[in-house]
Design a protein around this ligand. Structure first.
Ligand SMILES: [Zn+2]
Length: 91
C-alpha cells in the first residue's frame, strides 16, 4: 500500500498529461474502440496511477451493471451519477 501511495504521489507531480491521455483511452476502451496498443498503454499507466486505476474500476463496474441487470432498460443519467457517488464514498 505504501508503495502504491508513493507511485501515486510521483504521478500526481509528473504525470498530469499521462492521466489526461489515460482518461481519453478509458473512454475508448469502455466503448470497445481502443487498439491493443492503446489498451497496453492504458494498463501500464493504471498499474502505477491509483486515481486512474480507481476511475477505471468505477467505469468498469458501472458498465458491467448496465450490461447485466439493466440490460433492457433505459438508464437515466442521474442514476449513473448516484451509483458513481455511492461507489466513490465507499472506496
Ligand atoms: Zn493517471
Amino acid at each position: 500500500m505504501a508503495t502504491n501511495l508513493l507511485d501515486w504521489l510521483r504521478q500526481s507531480f509528473s504525470g498530469q498529461n499521462d492521466c489526461e491521455k489515460c482518461l481519453e483511452l478509458l473512454e475508448l476502451i469502455m466503448d470497445g474502440e481502443a487498439s491493443p496498443e492503446e489498451e497496453k498503454l492504458f494498463h501500464k499507466h493504471i498499474d502505477a496511477c491509483l486515481p486512474c486505476y480507481e476511475t477505471y474500476n468505477l467505469e468498469a463496474s458501472i458498465k458491467k451493471l448496465l450490461q447485466t441487470k439493466l440490460k433492457r432498460k433505459q438508464v437515466p443519467d442521474d442514476l449513473i451519477q448516484k451509483i458513481r457517488s455511492k461507489i466513490r464514498s465507499t472506496a
